[in-house]
Design a protein around this ligand. Structure first.
Ligand SMILES: [Zn+2]
Ligand SMILES: [Zn+2]
Length: 341
């Protein structure tokens, strides 16, 4: 299987922008730690950080992931636009390419063609583990290729509103810094320093934290955690990642039921993103919320004796020319039998 038709080349300029987008928040985090050591952080900074983290986080988990990638519910146009703009403030790339990468990950999970599997790197023992973790966490961002949006996100490319939000990506990134600055300024009664420290903590440090929360789903949740379902990939449920990623750490359950709006399928699995989708539904802002029925969940559970999830189900044949269609039809399989929650 080749991946030539599923990727496009990244220009040198784009690669440089990626490096800056990854390194700058990291440097800001170091500066913030140094300021923290000197006591130069206020409760106000941390409160603005918490609010921004949650709002932008939901933009990624509810918007980029559950709504735009997997269409696990439908929403009013203004809500779609708001979620797309908020998710863009996480500086993980513009919405259409984010979706293309993630759909490709689902189409080729842990097989050749997966943009960020930790299981396809060379090396054995700890060297192999570290190289896999690095690649899946952030190394894949620096490769020379990215998933073809034409191939994996044709629906979003046809949506004029999403195209506009996608093109305005630099504006959303800037707003992600300006909003905390203005909030710091306003809440301090006009102190410029308060605006700047809020922009540092709730802007750049928040981007750093969100980068690593999302990337941990790609790295840690494909290496460490539980696999209750009999599915063929290496995805895992990891409660610690779920905690920092607003429910996205129930990643194995998500791979078992990709179009389910709910990822924490068990009552004990905290999934704040799903709680908010339910709230949207009650308010009449979201509808057609897809979830698997209890018997469907039960039927996919791994049975005693199934020691290797891969052995329980042969990998489905992937037709290069119909990768997207194949993914959509497997989605339909879940959607078709799902019920409204
Ligand atoms: Zn995954
Ligand atoms: Zn997904």
């Amino acid at each position: 299987m080749t991946t030539t038709t599923t990727t496009t080349r990244i220009s040198k300029v784009e690669r440089r922008i990626t490096v800056v987008a990854v390194v700058l928040p990291f440097l800001a985090f170091l500066v913030a730690l140094w300021l923290l050591w000197g006591g130069a952080v206020t409760g106000r900074d941390l409160a603005i950080l918490a609010v921004m983290y949650v709002l932008v986080g939901f933009g990624v988990t509810i918007g980029f992931h559950r709504l735009f990638t997997h269409r696990s519910f439908e929403a009013k146009p203004w809500l779609r636009a708001t979620l797309a703009a908020l998710g863009s403030m996480s500086v993980q790339g513009a919405v259409i390419h984010w979706v293309a990468d993630h759909r490709k990950h689902h189409a080729f999970t842990d097989e050749e063609g997966d943009p960020h599997s930790p299981h396809l790197q060379e090396g054995t023992g700890w060297r192999g583990v570290l190289s896999g973790l690095w690649h899946s966490h952030m190394g894949w961002l620096f490769g020379g290729e990215r998933s073809s949006a034409k191939r994996f996100a044709p629906d979003l490319r046809k949506d004029p509103m999403i195209r506009r939000i996608d093109r305005l990506f630099p504006l959303w990134v800037t707003l992600g810094l300006v909003i905390p600055f203005v909030a710091g300024l306003a809440l301090s009664g006009g102190e410029l320093v308060a605006g700047l420290t809020a922009a540092l903590w709730a802007g750049l440090v928040r981007v750093f934290l969100q980068h690593h929360a999302t990337w941990s789903v790609n790295s840690i949740c494909h290496m460490y955690g539980k696999q209750p379902f009999a599915i063929k990939d290496e995805s895992r449920n990891n409660w610690a990642v779920a905690l920092v990623s607003l429910g996205e750490g129930w990643h194995h359950s998500h791979h078992a039921f990709p179009t389910s709006a709910r990822h924490g399928l068990d009552k004990t699995q905290l999934d704040p993103s799903y709680a908010v989708i339910r709230l949207f539904e009650r308010l009449g802002w979201a509808w057609n919320v897809k979830n698997p029925r209890e018997d469907q969940i039960e039927a996919k559970l791994r049975q005693p004796g199934d020691t290797d999830a891969r052995a329980t189900e042969p990998p489905p044949p992937v037709d290069e020319d119909h990768a997207m269609e194949a993914e959509e039809s497997s989605d339909r399989e879940v959607v078709g039998t799902a019920t409204r929650s």
